[in-house]
Design a protein around this ligand. Structure first.
Ligand SMILES: Nc1ncnc2c1ncn2[C@@H]1O[C@H](COP(=O)(O)OP(=O)(O)OP(=O)(O)O)[C@@H](O)[C@H]1O
Length: 286
């Protein structure tokens, strides 16, 4: 079988820590006992953010988990911690804080944009909470528009953008307004092959532009998740002691694709396909 050498990397400080998280709507518990921890992945001679995929059958609670990860939904129990970059490092550790609404960008499937704002003004609005001067904001936006291939639509309103331009603007808007973390709920759903490539490219741009940039996304496309992610979590129902399948979502399996030697490979190999098959089997049982 075709295999490739695993890429070298080191793991540094914790960038996302989810502890005993559960979310209920009224009396109904939707997700429970969610525990996960992700560290900053450092690769030699390159800037590398993290890409985390969440897979799971319909209704298992991925969107609910995302709402808790972005601080939009208050957990019934547990907490979500991210590094508090406003505090100095003490004893080699970056202090952590509980995630709050606004810390983590959220991009929905529809790539919603302000109808009455041009691309430039949308991005300017996204930077409103920063301490940058007017000129610094302009320079930053101009650079991003250039890097993301959006310079030509700077003064256009959303209705005049192509699907790809719209996606990139929506992703960029969230990136600028929230800092390093971004959640995308099914960003590939309903896209044609060209726009799938556009979103993949946007992931790459985010990933390579800062060490701490962290993309979390859900998808029903298992191959795409195995191709793009360096960590995959499967959200599903656990088997109860009596052999029945439960009805509360939790993490039923984690795949560390870095450790497995599958992350950041140029080519999709037989080992990737084996992983896809394993993910499918687990999803079918959960
Ligand atoms: N606001 C809400 N009030 C009550 N129940 C809700 C609410 N939002 C979601 N649910 C329920 O929570 C469960 C999980 O839904 P969620 O949207 O998180 O699943 P999902 O894994 O994202 O599904 P899909 O893959 O189909 O998008 C579902 O049974 C859903 O009906």
């Amino acid at each position: 079988m075709e295999t490739t050498a695993p890429a070298a990397y080191e793991q540094k400080g914790v960038i996302l820590h989810v502890e005993n998280l559960s979310v209920s709507y009224g009396d109904r518990v939707i997700i429970r006992d969610i525990n996960l921890s992700e560290k900053d992945t450092v690769r030699p001679n390159r800037q590398q953010g993290q890409i985390i995929a969440f897979l799971g059958r319909s209704g298992r609670g991925k969107s609910t988990l995302f709402r808790a990860l972005t601080g939009m939904e208050k957990p019934a129990t547990g907490r979500v911690l991210i590094p508090d970059l406003s505090k100095p490092v003490t004893d080699g550790q970056q202090p952590a804080k509980q995630v709050q609404e606004g810390d983590v960008g959220f991009v929905n499937q529809k790539y919603t944009l302000f109808r009455h704002k041009t691309v430039y003004n949308t991005l300017l609005f996204a930077l409103r909470k920063t301490t940058l001067s007017k000129q610094e904001k302009d320079e930053k936006i101009t650079q991003y528009l250039n890097d993301w291939g959006l310079t030509n639509c700077k003064d256009q309103f959303p209705n005049f953008l192509s699907g790809g331009q719209r996606q990139r603007t929506a992703i960029l808007e969230q990136l600028l307004s929230s800092g390093h973390y971004m959640v995308l709920d099914e960003p590939f759903s309903g896209l044609d092959i060209g726009n799938i490539e556009n979103v993949k490219k946007a992931f790459q741009l985010i990933n390579q532009s800062h060490e701490l940039n962290t993309i979390m996304f859900s998808t029903h496309d298992i191959e795409l998740a195995v191709e793009l992610a360096d960590s995959i979590y499967i959200v599903g129902y656990k088997q109860e002691d009596n052999g029945q399948t439960g009805s509360v979502g939790t993490i039923v399996k984690h795949f560390d694709l870095k450790q497995m030697g599958l992350a950041w490979q140029e080519r999709f190999t037989g080992q990737h396909l084996e992983c896809v098959q394993e993910v499918k089997n687990i999803m079918l049982k959960s």
